[in-house]
Design a protein around this ligand. Structure first.
Ligand code: BGC
Length: 358
């Protein structure tokens, strides 16, 4: 099947959604129309900046990185109080999301999450190397703040990328820390961060694998769709490695809905636990990485079919819910599920680019 994807109206719509969702300060609001998501998350933003770079919108990516550098700089003295062996006072942690003006915002949030900061280091390094740029002094100093923070804390349980399960060490988070520390080593030209990245990877490969596949968290057996990121983009293992193959097989067996959507994990009940666009895109990258272009294209078509008539991609779709009883409960609490989600659009754009390579 040959898809003229670059000409798909959803490409233009996606670029527009992301541009419109970027604040004057450079922050990407996760979903401007969903009040709880009127913040800029490092995790979402890193994936979005990468997509914008790929599509030639490096001004947008650069503005996000500048926003992040300033936001981190403003918090640097707080983060610096986390001791080298990971001791910290409540309130001394970096948050996972900030307001567009760089302030933390007033609502309570599960902020102790490491994967977003780590993924930002990965994205910043890609941004700099793609454009042949040397890191500026402020970029170097924000990189060091984040890398040292990750070094001090990576072995401590923290909330996962879904902002849940604070008591566990999550494989996807460890993979992000690995990729982020490698990024820091390159940005700073300091090999000790590469050594630390290798130690995190070794820990993950020893403790984050059960029955031959990666597990959602250390000591568990369950899988999570986020484990697909351990190959693309985090690069912990290549997609053809037996652990990657076993992981992708189990993700498909446990989490793939009959049409092409991927659930986050089997017990997910957030808005009923539907299928997430970002994870179908991740599964498509996995197929592509092992040469199964047909399946990757099928998933792209599925993603396109989830867009609203005005070209908006949701966070999740509600056609196959793990537990429908939770949908009205969440709607009552926060309103209708987030749409358009900038991160969904970004993963769509990145997948289209990946499929352009013959
Ligand atoms: C997701 C996070 C995401 C945030 C903003 C949350 O519901 O679990 O992964 O960063 O929304 O999009």
């Amino acid at each position: 099947m040959s898809i003229p994807a670059t000409t798909s109206p959803l490409v233009a719509a996606s670029l527009a959604v992301i541009r419109e969702g970027q604040s004057a300060e450079g922050a990407y609001l996760a979903c401007p129309t969903f009040p709880t998501y009127r913040y800029s998350w490092f995790r979402d933003g890193a994936f979005i900046a990468e997509a914008m770079d790929l599509w030639g919108h490096s001004d947008s990516a650069g503005a996000f990185h500048n926003w992040t550098v300033k936001t981190i700089a403003a918090q640097a003295s707080l983060a610096g109080q986390v001791s080298a062996d990971g001791e910290f006072q409540p309130g001394h942690l970096l948050h996972t999301r900030y307001r567009a003006d760089g302030s933390p915002g007033s609502s309570e949030w599960p902020n102790f999450q490491l994967d977003g900061l780590a993924t930002w280091l990965w994205a910043l390094e890609r941004h700099l190397s793609r454009h042949g740029l040397e890191a500026s002094d402020s970029q170097r100093s924000a990189t060091r703040v984040v890398a040292d923070y990750l070094l001090a804390l990576w072995a401590r349980p923290n909330f996962d990328c879904w902002e849940e399960n604070a008591e566990e060490l999550h494989s996807a988070t460890l993979g992000a820390v690995y990729a982020g520390l490698l990024g820091a080593a390159k940005i700073l030209g300091e090999p000790q961060y590469e050594g630390a990245a290798s130690a995190v990877r070794a820990y993950l490969l020893t403790h984050g694998v059960q029955n031959g596949h990666f597990s959602k968290h250390v000591g568990g057996e369950e899988v999570d769709g986020n484990l697909l990121w351990l190959t693309v983009p985090y690069g912990v293992l290549t997609a053809d490695h037996p652990i990657s193959r076993a992981t992708a097989r189990k993700v498909r067996a446990d989490l793939l809905d009959p049409e092409g959507g991927v659930h986050r994990y089997a017990r997910d009940t957030y808005y009923g636990g539907g299928s997430w666009i970002i994870l179908s895109a991740a599964l498509a990258h996995d197929h592509l990485a092992v040469g199964d272009r047909t399946e990757a294209e099928r998933l792209l078509v599925w993603i396109e079919s989830q867009a609203t008539p005005e070209g908006h991609l949701p966070e999740q779709t509600s056609r196959f819910l793990n537990d429908p009883a939770y949908l009205p409960k969440w709607e009552e609490r926060w309103g209708r599920s987030a749409c358009p989600l900038l991160w969904s659009h970004a993963t769509y754009l990145t997948l289209v680019k990946a499929l352009e390579v013959p």
